[in-house]
Design a protein around this ligand. Sequence first.
Ligand SMILES: [Zn+2]
Length: 310
Amino acid sequence: MRVRSLWPLATLLAVLPLQAHPRHRPAPTAQEEKAIHRVEKLSDHAYVLFGQGGNVGLFVTDAYAVLVDDQFEHLAPGLLKAIRSVTDKPIRYLVNTHAHPDHVGANLVLEKQVMAIVAHANVRRRMVLAQAPLEPAKRGGLPELAFGEEDPRIRARLDIHLGGAEFHLLHLGPGHTDGDVLFGYPAERVLHMGDLFFHGLLPYIDTDSGGSFEGLVSQVEAVAGWVPEGARIIPGHGPVAGRKELLRYRDFLKAVQAHVKANPGKAPAALAAAFDTGAWSDYRPSPGFVSWENLFAVASGQGPGRTPRS
Ligand SMILES: [Zn+2]
């Protein structure tokens, strides 16, 4: 069922037992919350919040805060506490980088506390589809401001002007999904890349949600071409990166792409076996989620980008 198919990263991070639906999990204790969330300051007005699920960006302007992604619903109390340790300003906008539940799971809670949830139109479309089987009381948290076209190849941009700050939301094409958004704060050279960037982990490309390996490579190449020295880059997963690490990720993706092109017709397992994984040992497989074989399956168009659920 569609809802379950949207929980890939839960497996990766060993956050949730597969048989448990996260909506039914009890709220974590205060001690668990303390252990889960960690705040790192990136610039004068930008922060990243680490927890379980996708990394969260927090941007604090003169009068308001802007949040980028929100992890899981059951972690919302701890996430809010972490936000309040940084600022007591109201959250004006919540931006979703894409529709996976480890990035939008707390929308249901936060929609009552923000003026608007903002995302690419395909994020809203996929969330509506994912919620269709649920009972009405469990639906909600949908993006209210949606931009971009259903055809993910069409680029889209939305600027947010808030007080003295300016944020750019960019959709460059299909990549991790068909609704990925890059969130930039140029004044302080901070960029949230969502799951277009798995830092230190083999990337997951969700072809069931319109993702594309070739698209991912070209987007990462494009960003690597303009991201400035000194930039702080929030990946969807993994530690904060800079330009150097993004260039390394680009080179890694291009090496995978070149290996596939040099070996037409080879099966994913054979492609993985023949690849120099030792040269890219800083990119690790995630057991039960994305293996080298999974990556070569999706890169060669021969299969999904993740290990099938049992
Ligand atoms: Zn994702």
